[in-house]
Design a protein around this ligand. Structure first.
Ligand code: AGP
Length: 609
C-alpha cells in the first residue's frame, strides 16, 4: 500500500525520487522520506504528512547524490509519525524502505535487541534494516546479505536498501509485494509501480516472487530465492505518460468518471466482431475449460466484489449455472467446499490485493478447473498467477475511489459471461441482444455524464447529512452497494445499501427526515415492487432521491425528488446507473471539502491484509 522509489545514476537523483513519490502518493500518503548517499554517508529526511511536506523540507535542505531511496507510507505498524516514516536505518550505514508486513517482527526484534541493536521506530520494517546489517557481518556482498535476510522474514515484502560502505549499488527483494526495475542509459531505477518511473524510463523488468537483485549504474544481477542467477530481458512499456495528469479536471476522480465512455469502448475494442463476442487473448484452452464449467466461484474485495455481485445476476440468468461470490478475506480463511467443475475467478483493479492473491493461492489446492482473473494491471501478480486473464483496459486509475475500473470490470464480466455461454450453447439471439446493448453503452454513459451539473445541484441535499440509505433490487442491488461504498469513501458520510425487499426486516426503523434514501429504479420487472418500497419510506416521513428511468412513471412529489436516467437496455442498466451515483458521491465530497482523490485512512492498492 506504500510506494517505493530508488535510483542509481551519474546525476543527482533527489528530484527523480520526489517526482516518483508524487506519482505513487495515491497508494499511501501519511508520511514520506528519502535517504541519499552524499559525501561518504547516507543522509536522510523524513516528514509526517504528504509528499509535499517532504519536498518542502528537501527544498530547504537539499541533498545531492547519485544513489538514493524513497518511500511514501500507509501506516500499518506504528503511527504515521516522522520516527516511523521510511527509510529506516541500521547503525549509520544501512538505509532501507519496505512495503508489506513482516509477521515475525516481534521475535526478530527481541533477537536483534539481544545483539545490541537499538530500535528507534515502532515499525516492523526496522527489523529488516538491522537484520541486513547483522547479515553483512557474515556475507561479503550486500546482495548475499539481503538474500540471507529474506530467509529470516515471514510475511510480505518489497524492499530496497543501500549501504554507505558500498555506494555503487542498491539491493532489492520481493515476496508478496511488487517491485520493478527500470533501465536508463548508465542509470537504473526501482519502484513499487512502473508509473513512478515513467519520466525517466520505459524499459522495465518485474521481479518475481522470492527474487533479489543488485542494481548498479552499469547493470543488474538477478538471483532467485536459491541464490541462482536468473536472466530476464527488460520489456518496453507503452503505458501513457499523461496517465498521472489531471488535465483540466479538478480531481482524478472526476477525470476518471468522465473517461468512462472511452474506457468502455476500449474494453470492447476488438472483442466484438460481427455482432459476436471473441476474446482471442483468452486462447483456445479457455473455450475448452468453459465447455466443462458447471459453476463459477468469484472472489474479490471492495468495489471489485460489487462488480462480482452484478456478474452473479448475469451468469445465473443467462447461463443457468451457479455463480458463488465471496469476499476474499473471508474465503481465504474458512473451510470451503468446491462445486465440481467450477471455474475460479478473481476480480481486481490493481492485481496486487493481498487477500485476493491469498484466495487465489488457496484455490490452487481446492480442485477448480482453472483460475481466471479480470484485472486492470497487465504486469500484476494476479495476472502472473492466474491461468487465464481478461484485461479490463480502464487505464491507470489514480483516484483511490474506484470508478472507471468498476465500469470496465462490469463490461468485461458481461463479455466473459457471453464467452462462457458460447462454449455452453448460449442462443445466438441472446448474444446479439447483449452485444447491441454493449455497443450502445458508451453513448448511454455519455448522456449520464451530460447531466453532471444537475447532479452537482442535487448533491447539496446530502452534504449536511450524517447517514444515507441506498436501495436497489435485482442486479441494481449491487449498484446500490457500490454507490454506498463510494459515498462513504469520499464524503465520509455513513451510507448503507439494502436490497429494497429487506426494508421491512429492519432498516425501516431508521427512516426519518434526516436520512435521505437513494433509490435505483430502472424500468425493469421489479419496478412495481420497488414503487411499493418507495411508498414505505415516504409514508414514514423519509426523503427520497430516486434515480429512475424516464418511462418508470415516478414523478417528483412531496418527499420524492426524481432524477431521470436514460437507459434502454436492461442488461447494461447497472452500468449506466452507476455513473450518476458516482457523480453524486463526488459532488457531495467536493462540497464537504474532503480529500477526494486520497480519502483519509485509505490507500489505492491494499497489498497487506
Ligand atoms: C474502491 O473504491 C476501493 N478503494 C476498494 O474497495 C477497492 O475496490 C478494493 O480494495 C479492491 O481493490 P482491487 O480491485 O485493486 O483488488
Amino acid at each position: 500500500m506504500c510506494g517505493i522509489v530508488g535510483a542509481i545514476a551519474q546525476r543527482d537523483v533527489s528530484d527523480i525520487l520526489v517526482e516518483g513519490l508524487k506519482r505513487l502518493e495515491y497508494r499511501g500518503y501519511d508520511s514520506a522520506g528519502v535517504a541519499i548517499y552524499h559525501d561518504g554517508q547516507v543522509e536522510r529526511i523524513r516528514r509526517a504528512g504528504k509528499v509535499s511536506e517532504l519536498k518542502d523540507a528537501l527544498a530547504n535542505s537539499p541533498i545531492a547524490g547519485g544513489l538514493g531511496i524513497a518511500h511514501t507510507r500507509w501506516a500499518t505498524h506504528g503511527e504515521p509519525t516522522e520516527k516511523n516514516a521510511h527509510p529506516h536505518m541500521s547503525k549509520d550505514n544501512i538505509a532501507l524502505v519496505h512495503n508489506g508486513i513482516i509477521e515475525n517482527h516481534e521475535e526478530l526484534r527481541e533477537e536483534l535487541k539481544s545483539k545490541g541493536y537499538v530500535f528507534k521506530s515502532d515499525t516492523d520494517t526496522e527489523v529488516i534494516a538491522h537484520c541486513l546489517h547483522e547479515e553483512l557481518k557474515k556475507h561479503e556482498t550486500l546482495l548475499a546479505a539481503l538474500l540471507a535476510t529474506t530467509k529470516k522474514l515471514k510475511g510480505a515484502y518489497g524492499t530496497v536498501a543501500i549501504d554507505a560502505n558500498q555506494p555503487d549499488k542498491m539491493v532489492v527483494a520481493r515476496s508478496g509485494s511488487p517491485l520493478v526495475i527500470g533501465k536508463g542509459i548508465g542509470e537504473y531505477f526501482v519502484a513499487s509501480d512502473q508509473l513512478a518511473l515513467l519520466p525517466v524510463t520505459r524499459d522495465f523488468l518485474y521481479l518475481e516472487e522470492g527474487e533479489v537483485a543488485e542494481v548498479r549504474r552499469d547493470g543488474i544481477t538477478l538471483l532467485n530465492s536459491d541464490g541462482e542467477q536468473v536472466e530476464r530481458e527488460f520489456e518496453t512499456s507503452n503505458i501513457q505518460h499523461d496517465a498521472v495528469d489531471k488535465g483540466n479536471f479538478r480531481h482524478f476522480m472526476l477525470k476518471e468518471i468522465f473517461e468512462q465512455p472511452s474506457v468502455v469502448a476500449d474494453t470492447l475494442e476488438g472483442r466484438i466482431v460481427d455482432n459476436q463476442v471473441y476474446i482471442e487473448t483468452l486462447g483456445d484452452n479457455a473455450a475448452k475449460v468453459f465447455e466443462q464449467t458447471e459453476a463459477l466461484q468469484i472472489i474479490a474485495c471492495g468495489t471489485s466484489y460489487n462488480a462480482a455481485l452484478v456478474a452473479k445476476y448475469w451468469v445465473e440468468h443467462y447461463l443457468n449455472i451457479p455463480c458463488l461470490v465471496e469476499i476474499a478475506s473471508e474465503y481465504r480463511y474458512r473451510t470451503t467446499a468446491t462445486i465440481p467443475n467450477s471455474l475460479f475467478i478473481t476480480i481486481s483493479q490493481s492485481g496486487e490485493t493481498a487477500d485476493t492473491l491469498a484466495a487465489l493461492s488457496k484455490a490452487k489446492n481446492e480442485g477448480y478447473l482453472a483460475s481466471l482473473t479480470v484485472c486492470n494491471s497487465p504486469a500484476s501478480s494476479m495476472v502472473r498467477e492466474s491461468d487465464f486473464t481478461l484485461l479490463t483496459r480502464a487505464g491507470t486509475e489514480i483516484g483511490v475511489a474506484s470508478t472507471k475500473a468498476f465500469t470496465a470490470q462490469l463490461v468485461s464480466l458481461l463479455l466473459l459471461t457471453i464467452s462462457i455461454g458460447k462454449a455452453k450453447g448460449l442462443a445466438k439471439e441472446t448474444e446479439h441482444d447483449i452485444v447491441k446493448a454493449l455497443e450502445h453503452l458508451p453513448s448511454e454513459i455519455q448522456k449520464a455524464l451530460d447531466q453532471a451539473d444537475d447532479i452537482d445541484k442535487l448533491s447539496e441535499a446530502f452534504s449536511e447529512k450524517h447517514h444515507t440509505l441506498f436501495l436497489g433490487r435485482g442486479q441494481q442491488y449491487p449498484i446500490a452497494m457500490e454507490a454506498a461504498l463510494k459515498l462513504k469513501e469520499v464524503s465520509y458520510i455513513h451510507a448503507e445499501a439494502y436490497a429494497a425487499g429487506e426494508l421491512k426486516h429492519g432498516p425501516l426503523a431508521l427512516i426519518d427526515k434526516d436520512m435521505p434514501t437513494v433509490v435505483v429504479a430502472p424500468n425493469d420487472n421489479l419496478l412495481e415492487k420497488l414503487k411499493s418500497n418507495i411508498e414505505e419510506v415516504r409514508s414514514r416521513g423519509g426523503s427520497l432521491f430516486v434515480f429512475a428511468d424516464k418511462s418508470a412513471k415516478i414523478q417528483d412529489s412531496d418527499g420524492i425528488t426524481v432524477f431521470p436516467v436514460d437507459s434502454s437496455y436492461s442488461v447494461t442498466a447497472p452500468i449506466v446507473y452507476t455513473v450518476p451515483l458516482q457523480l453524486l458521491s463526488y459532488y457531495v465530497a467536493v462540497i464537504k471539502g474532503t480529500d477526494v482523490d486520497q480519502p483519509r485512512n485509505l490507500a489505492k492498492s491494499v497489498t497487506v491484509e
